[in-house]
Design a protein around this ligand. Structure first.
Ligand code: AMP
Length: 288
């Protein structure tokens, strides 16, 4: 049995946070969809280094899943998640129902332009509106001092920074690095969909991105050849579909046709029924 307090309504959430604030304690928020792994727990750690009290949220947000996506199948394991959060030193879990977040009559949509275009925005229609809407609500419900999001979902991170700035939400968005398995695969709740064989294939994604990033760091003028080679490597390794492999500016997500400044490589690829995403910086100090 975990000792972690769990609340399911925004009223309880606000009252717990108000008690801490009355004592002068600062509050950090770590939004998740549960099925927690060491990557999520690293975000709790990042928050705890900055504030006295950390709240994790678990909400599998129906608005960010497309009609043909895995909303129904998405792994849910609140008891085990609560144990892990307690072990990581989290102070409170907020696990609202769908009705608590989207009550009858809910009719508002938060849409961020620009950074949501292309990459995952091209194939996951409505996804970033769903993310932006729920994150706006969670930030307004908890009103934390800081909220932590990882570079694992880099386009999501920039979307959230944009909306917080544009809507004058008074919170500091803190970025956390990607936590990876020993073979380089970025941890993800969706990795549990992979069969043993697919799990071997999956490691080709970070390996291929690293290889491309290193080659572009040496010579960044012609990016199309290394990207094409990367696509072929992923197909040969066993990926069944590649949604994208692209180089973009890390600050604006503007597409780049040669490597310069703060460039990053992004990919989404599918093995069987599992879609994996990853991204990494191109260490191009010499090419600036
Ligand atoms: P999710 O539960 O997938 O919605 O993710 C919740 C938060 O955990 C987001 O900020 C993600 O970017 C972050 N996250 C997911 N995977 C990782 C990882 N491998 N390393 C660090 N953070 C992660």
């Amino acid at each position: 049995m975990s000792m972690l307090p769990i609340v399911t309504t925004k009223a309880e959430l606000r009252s717990a946070i108000a008690n801490w604030r009355a004592k002068g304690e600062r509050v950090g928020l770590v939004p998740t969809m549960g099925a927690l792994h060491a990557g999520h727990l690293s975000l709790i750690d990042v928050a705890r280094r900055r504030v006295q009290r950390t709240v994790a949220t678990i909400f599998v947000n129906p608005k960010q899943f497309g009609a043909n996506e895995d909303f129904g199948a998405y792994p849910r394991d609140e008891a085990s998640d609560a144990e892990k959060l307690a072990g990581a030193g989290c102070d409170l879990l907020y696990a609202p129902s769908v009705g608590e977040i989207y009550p009858e009559g809910f009719a508002t949509n938060v849409h961020v332009s620009g950074v949501t275009e292309g990459l995952c925005g091209a194939t996951r229609s409505g996804h970033f509106d769903g993310v932006a809407t729920v994150v706006t609500k969670l930030l307004l419900q908890a009103r934390p001092d800081v909220a932590v999001f990882s570079e694992k979902d880099y386009q999501q991170l920039l979307t959230i920074k944009r909306l917080v700035g544009d809507l004058d939400i008074d919170v500091e968005i803190v970025d956390a690095p990607i936590v990876r398995e020993a073979d380089g695969l970025a941890m993800s709740s969706r990795n549990r969909y992979l069969s043993a064989e697919e799990r071997q294939v999956a490691a080709a994604l970070p390996r291929t991105l690293r290889h491309i990033a290193e080659s572009l760091a040496k010579s960044g003028d012609n990016i199309s050849k290394p990207l094409q080679d990367g696509r072929e490597t992923l197909r040969a390794a066993g990926f069944t579909r590649i949604d994208y492999i692209e180089v973009r500016d890390a600050d604006t997500l503007a597409p780049l046709n040669r490597v310069r400044g703060n460039a990053r490589i992004f990919a989404a690829a599918i093995i069987g029924r599992t879609r994996l995403i990853d991204n990494m910086p191109i260490p191009c100090g010499d090419l600036r």
